[in-house]
Design a protein around this ligand. Structure first.
Ligand code: HEM
Length: 503
C-alpha cells in the first residue's frame, strides 16, 4: 500500500460507518453495549425458553405456509383427491383442503407434521419452565408478574393447540368438538347462548369458521406476552442459584451477548432441526385413517393431544348420575364439578406467588433461587399439584389403560378417583419428608464432611473412617443459608465467570 493514501473501505464498511452516525445507529450501538454488559447465569434450567421460542418459530413459519392451502370452511364437498379410499365421500372443505395439503402439496405433509409436532413440544417447554420457576421460588418479588405472564403464555399455547386440533375437521376433531358442545350446553343459564355464540347454530354449525381467526390470533398474543415478560424481567438482574461469589446483589455467569445469545441460538437451531427431522420421519395426526368428522360417530380410543388430556380426564372422573334439579333447571354436576375444580386449580396456580407471599409474610425481593429441598412446604405443594394434574391427565386415557392392561374401565376410573383425592396428600407428605431428609444430609455434610471410605486405626486401637471437608464451592452450594458462607469463598464458577454488580 502506498504511504499517505487512506486505506480503502468496502461498500458495507462505509454503509455501517454512516449508519453508526445516525440516531438509530447510536441507539443500536448503545443497546448492543448494554447487551454485552448484561450478565446471565449459566444453568440448564434456563434452556426451556429457547426450546419454546424454537417451537413458536416452527409453528409460525409452517402455519403461515399452511394458510395458503387450507380452507377454513365447514361447507360439504365430495372428496376427489389422491387418497382413493375416501373417493366420493362427503367431507367438509376444511377436511378436503387438509387432505390436499397432506397428499398433493409438495412437502405439505412434512409442514403439517412440523406444525403439529411443534405444537406438542411448545406446551411441554413452557410447562417445564413454569415448574422450574415454581420449585426454585423464581416467582417471588420482583418477578411475580413474570410468573403470571408465563402462566398466560401456557394458556395461550393450550388454546392454540386446542383450536388447531379442530381445524382439519377429521373424526378426532369432531369428537373433541362434540365434547366441547356438551360442556358448553351443560353450563346453566348462559350455556345455550354460549353454544350458539361458539358454533353459530346446530352442531357443527360454523365452528371451523369461528375457530380459525381465534387460532391465528394465538401467535401475536403469545409474542405480545413474551415481549412484555422479557421487558419486565430485564428491569431486574436475572435470578441465580446460590454459589461461589453469588449474592443477591450480583450475577455470576456469562455476558448475554455474544456468549449466552450464541448458546441459546445454538439450542434454538438444534430444536428447530430436530423438529423438522421428526416431522419428516414420524407420522402425527393421520387424518386419512380417522376419516372426516361425522356428528353421530366417534372412534374408539379417541384421545386428545397430551396437553388437553387433563380436561378430558376431569370429565371422565365424575361419578355417574351427578345431576340435581333445582330452581326449575337441571344442574349437570358432571360438567359443572370438573369445570369448577379445573378453574379453581388454574386460578390458584396463576396467583400462587401472591398466596405464598400472604401466607409467609415475606414481602422482600429475592434474587437468589431456592434449592427445592430447602423449602419443603412449597416443594410438597408443588408435588401435590403435579400428582393432582397427572391423575386427571391419566384419566383422559382410562379406556386405553383398561384395554391395554385387560382391566375394566370402571375399575380404572375408581382407582383414579381414589388417587385424585388421596394422591396429592401422600405426594405432599412424601415430598416434604424427602426434602427434610435431604436437608439433614446437607447439614451432616457441612458439619462432618463426606465419608472417604478410608479406615484408619487410632493409637488407642480404635478404627475410624476419615471424613473430608467439602471444598468452598461445594459448601456454598449446599449451605442452607445460601450466601453466608459464599461471599468470601472467592472461587470461580467453572470456566471464566463474569461477575456484575448491579445496584
Ligand atoms: C401464525 C400462527 C398460526 C397459523 C398461521 C396457523 C395455521 C394453521 C392452519 C392453516 C392449520 C390447518 C391446516 C392443518 O391442519 O394442516 C393449522 C392446524 C393446526 N395448528 Fe396452527 N397456526 C398457527 C399457530 C398455531 C399455534 C400457536 C399452535 C399451537 C400452539 C397451533 C397448532 C395447530 C395444530 C395442533 C393444528 C392441527 C395440525 C394437523 O393438521 O395435524 N397453530 N394451523
Amino acid at each position: 500500500m502506498s504511504i499517505g493514501r487512506k486505506p480503502r473501505t468496502d461498500f458495507t464498511g462505509r454503509l455501517s460507518g454512516r449508519l453508526a452516525q445516525t440516531g438509530i445507529g447510536r441507539r443500536g450501538a448503545a443497546a448492543m453495549q448494554e447487551l454485552r454488559r448484561r450478565v446471565v447465569p449459566v444453568h440448564w434450567s434456563n434452556m426451556f425458553g429457547a426450546v419454546a421460542l424454537a417451537c413458536l418459530a416452527v409453528i409460525t413459519v409452517t402455519g403461515v405456509i399452511l394458510m395458503f392451502h387450507y380452507t377454513p370452511s365447514g361447507a360439504s364437498v365430495a372428496y376427489e383427491g389422491r387418497y382413493p379410499t375416501l373417493h366420493g365421500a362427503q367431507v367438509s372443505e376444511a377436511f378436503a383442503s387438509t387432505m390436499h395439503i397432506s397428499f398433493e402439496v409438495p412437502g405439505g405433509l412434512a409442514l403439517r407434521q412440523a406444525h403439529h409436532w411443534a405444537a406438542l413440544l411448545l406446551p411441554a417447554a413452557v410447562l417445564a419452565q413454569l415448574l422450574v420457576t415454581f420449585f426454585t421460588g423464581a416467582f417471588r418479588r420482583p418477578r411475580r408478574a413474570g410468573w403470571v405472564l408465563l402462566f398466560l403464555i401456557l394458556i395461550a399455547a393450550l388454546a392454540g393447540g386446542w383450536s388447531g386440533y379442530a381445524l382439519p375437521d377429521d373424526m378426532l376433531s369432531g369428537t373433541g368438538l362434540r365434547i366441547v358442545e356438551g360442556i358448553t350446553l351443560g353450563i346453566p343459564v348462559v350455556g345455550t347462548w354460549m353454544k350458539d355464540l361458539l358454533f353459530g347454530g346446530q352442531f357443527p354449525g360454523e365452528i371451523i369458521e369461528r375457530l380459525y381467526p381465534l387460532h391465528l390470533a394465538v401467535v401475536p398474543l403469545m409474542l405480545a406476552l413474551i415481549v412484555v415478560r422479557v421487558a419486565l424481567l430485564s428491569r431486574h438482574q436475572p435470578a441465580q442459584f446460590a454459589g461461589p461469589r453469588r449474592t443477591g446483589a450480583n450475577v455470576v455467569g456469562m455476558p448475554l451477548f455474544p456468549n449466552a445469545a450464541a448458546r441459546s441460538g445454538g439450542l434454538f437451531l438444534i430444536v428447530s432441526g430436530m423438529l423438522m427431522l421428526i416431522s419428516a420421519t414420524v407420522t402425527i395426526n393421520p387424518i386419512w385413517l380417522y376419516g372426516p368428522a361425522s356428528p353421530g360417530d366417534a372412534g374408539a380410543g379417541s384421545q386428545p393431544d397430551w396437553y388437553t388430556g387433563f380436561l378430558d380426564g376431569a370429565l371422565r372422573l365424575v361419578p355417574p348420575g351427578w345431576e340435581i334439579v333445582a330452581f326449575d333447571r337441571t344442574w349437570t354436576l358432571a360438567v359443572l364439578a370438573p369445570l369448577a375444580v379445573i378453574s379453581v386449580f388454574l386460578l390458584t396456580v396463576a396467583v400462587y406467588p401472591f398466596i405464598e407471599e400472604r401466607i409467609t409474610g415475606d414481602h422482600g425481593e429475592h434474587h437468589l433461587l431456592d434449592r427445592p429441598r430447602n423449602t419443603p412446604t412449597r416443594t410438597g405443594t408443588g408435588v401435590a399439584g403435579v400428582v393432582f394434574s397427572a391423575t386427571l391427565w391419566a384419566a383422559g386415557s382410562a379406556d386405553v389403560m383398561a384395554d391395554a392392561f385387560s382391566l375394566t374401565v370402571e375399575g380404572v376410573v375408581l382407582a383414579l378417583q381414589i388417587v385424585l383425592v388421596i394422591g396429592p396428600l401422600i405426594g405432599f407428605a412424601l415430598a416434604r419428608r424427602v426434602c427434610l431428609g435431604l436437608q439433614h444430609k446437607d447439614r451432616d455434610l457441612l458439619l462432618h464432611g463426606f465419608e472417604t471410605g478410608r479406615i484408619v486405626r487410632l493409637p488407642g486401637g480404635e478404627y475410624v473412617e476419615v471424613h473430608e471437608q467439602l471444598n468452598p464451592d461445594e459448601r456454598s452450594r449446599v449451605s442452607l443459608a445460601g450466601v453466608a458462607s459464599v461471599q468470601d469463598a472467592g472461587s470461580t464458577d467453572g470456566g471464566s465467570p463474569v461477575g456484575s454488580h448491579l445496584p
